[in-house]
Each structure stands twice: as structure tokens, then as C-alpha cells.
Design a protein around this ligand. Structure first.
Ligand code: PHE
Length: 337
């Protein structure tokens, strides 16, 4: 190759270089021991004596030109990479993958239970967590002096004596019935608040799902059938139920509902306290006084209502022994669901 074409080629090679490695390769190609410049130099002894001096000078000039070009290129590459460094940008580094979260186990159970009742024709409604004293108590046949207020009576808003954090989801019964006429079939998931000291089975805040159905000729056997279907869908087909007499001011008759222990199948174990049964919810036929409060007094409606603690259902279903686990945000726990 002659001097001119080497220079042209070198300039076009250098223009394409973007890495230190390619720069080094170019240095070797042109200025290395066996490079093109060395090749030119080694051809000098074969030239006519009078040409050697001129040619030698031209080769030398080209060599210096190339050294200059290489140095310049090295400088631009360095400033480029230092700009990347200064901005803490390593464009060769793989990205950090964001871990994908999933739905909280309590929300999963709520969705699952609501879906079961959806299939049975219940629709899902919600009510506010800040509730009126009337909806939380009086409208549900819990008068001012009634002792059953004690367990619930709490968390009043400071400047609004008649507003409180609801202690159960039952006030949504009052809200719905005051604004709509039967037939009604609803489930109401949501947070509730109580003055309970925190331990493995109590929190000051937890979730409930209320359910109610109001129409003409609704009987206790309808309640039993619906709840049995619900329990079998959540806990399995071989689950048995029992209804124990209980008291709630807003239902009459009232019951507490147990399922046969899912661990020992009713034989008695540490989970069920050797009883063979686990309490899962409260229920009953809606009290005529509640119908009076909501303005159904003159009509012949009957209906049932039930209320369950979501955390309790989740704990029984998954064998969890401490309710606090749900709200500590410990991923080792949450990732299991
Ligand atoms: N509201 C009751 C409670 O929180 C549960 C319940 C709801 C009982 C509906 C009967 C009917 O304990």
C-alpha cells in the first residue's frame, strides 16, 4: 500500500472507532511491529539511493500524523466514558428487576368469599368506616344504655360525638335498607374497629364480611342452607356445621355458627381446644325492631343476616396462629399466599 492510501484508510478506520479495544487494534495495525508503517520502513533499503531520503521523510511524517490521530481519538473516548461515570451510568450493567407483588391474603379471602356469595345472587356493597352512632347502634336495636354497647363502644371522633369508627359491618344493613326496598341480597366486606387489647387473636382493627337477605317469606332454613354452602365452598365438602343459640340485639333468634374442626375433623385437638368445633360467625333472623328503624315496619318482610371475621376465617383455613402476622408486612409470611 502506498503512503496516501494508508493515510486515507487510517482516517476512515479511526472515525469508526468507539472502544479502547478497537483503538488498540488500530494502533497495532498501523504502528505495531509488523504494522503498515513498519512495512513501509522495511521497504526503504530496496529503494534507489536517491529516493530513500525523501521516502523516509514521508513515512516519518505519516507516522507522526497517525500518532496524533490516535492520541486525539484516545482523548475523546476517555472523556466520553468519564461523562458516563460521572452520571453513575453503567450502560453495560443489567437492570435491577422489580419484584412483582401480589394481592394481600386478607384481600384474597375477601374476594374468594364475595365470589361465592356472588354466585348465590348476592351483590357486594360497601359502607364508610366512619359511621354515625345511629347506624352503628340505635338503628340496629342497640339502645343507648344497652350493655352490648360496651364491647363495641369506642373510637369516637373528637369533635363529632355522634361519629365513630364502626365496630362492625352491620350498620351497612341500616344504610341499604333505609334507601332501598326488598328483595335485597348483599354482602359487605370492610374494616371494623374495637377497643380490644392486641394479642395473638385480637387486633383493634380487623375485617368483617356482613351478609343479609331480605324479602317476603325468608326463613331460618334459608340462612342454614346458604351458610352451609358457604362453609363447604371455603373449607371443603366434608365440613359439618352446628348452630348454637346466642344473643345479638339486631337478630332474633340469634346463633353462633361453628364448623367441625378442620384439623382434627371433630375429634378434638389443640386448635379447637378439644371441642371438635370452631366458631366462624354470628347470624340470625333480622329483628323486627331493625325493620321498624329503617321504615319497613308496616310491611311483611323477613330476612336473615350474618357477620364473620375475615382474619379468623383465613387463620382457620391456613392454620395461622397469630392474627398480627397479617399486618406486620413481613414478606416471608406474605409470600406464602
Ligand atoms: N355484627 C355482629 C358482630 O360484629 C355479627 C353479626 C352480624 C351477627 C349479623 C348477627 C347478624 O359481632
Amino acid at each position: 500500500m502506498d503512503i496516501n492510501s494508508i493515510q486515507v484508510q487510517a482516517e476512515s478506520d479511526l472515525a469508526k472507532i468507539t472502544s479502547a479495544q478497537a483503538l488498540e487494534e488500530a494502533r497495532v495495525k498501523y504502528l505495531g511491529r509488523k504494522g503498515l508503517i513498519a512495512e513501509l520502513t522495511s521497504s526503504i533499503p530496496g529503494l534507489a539511493v536517491e529516493q530513500r531520503g525523501i521516502f523516509g521523510k514521508q513515512v516519518n511524517a505519516l507516522k507522526h500524523k497517525l500518532l496524533g490521530l490516535l492520541a486525539e481519538k484516545e482523548k475523546t473516548l476517555k472523556t466520553k466514558s468519564s461523562v458516563l461515570k460521572k452520571n453513575n451510568l453503567d450502560i453495560g450493567m443489567p437492570g435491577i428487576a422489580q419484584e412483582l407483588g401480589h394481592i394481600h391474603p386478607i384481600t384474597q379471602i375477601i374476594d374468594e368469599i364475595c365470589a361465592i356469595f356472588n354466585r348465590l345472587g348476592f351483590s357486594v356493597v360497601q359502607g364508610p368506616e366512619v359511621e354515625t352512632e345511629y347506624n352503628n347502634f340505635t338503628g340496629l336495636n342497640i339502645p343507648l344504655e344497652h350493655p352490648s354497647r360496651d364491647a363495641f363502644d369506642t373510637f369516637y371522633l373528637k369533635d363529632y360525638a355522634k361519629l365513630l369508627l364502626r365496630s362492625h359491618t352491620s350498620p351497612v344493613q341500616v344504610r341499604v335498607m333505609k334507601t332501598r326496598e326488598p328483595p335485597l341480597a348483599m354482602v359487605v366486606p370492610g374494616r371494623v374497629y374495637r377497643p380490644d387489647a392486641v394479642d395473638a387473636s385480637h387486633l383493634f382493627m380487623f375485617h368483617q364480611i356482613e351478609g343479609f337477605l331480605v324479602d317476603e317469606n325468608i326463613r331460618f332454613s334459608d340462612l342454614k342452607g346458604i351458610l352451609e354452602l358457604f362453609a363447604q365452598s371455603v373449607f371443603g365438602q366434608d365440613i359439618r356445621m352446628r348452630f348454637r343459640p346466642h344473643f345479638f340485639p339486631f337478630t332474633e333468634p340469634s346463633v353462633e355458627v361453628d364448623i367441625s374442626c378442620i384439623i382434627c375433623k371433630g375429634k378434638g385437638c389443640s386448635v379447637c381446644g378439644a371441642k371438635g368445633w370452631l366458631e366462624i360467625l354470628g347470624a340470625g333472623m333480622i329483628h323486627p325492631n331493625v325493620f321498624k328503624q329503617v321504615g319497613y315496619g308496616h310491611k311483611i318482610y323477613t330476612g336473615f343476616a350474618f357477620g364473620m371475621g375475615v382474619e379468623r376465617i383465613a387463620m382457620l383455613k391456613y392454620g395461622i396462629n397469630d392474627i398480627r402476622l397479617f399486618f406486620e408486612n413481613d414478606l416471608r409470611f406474605l409470600k406464602q399466599f
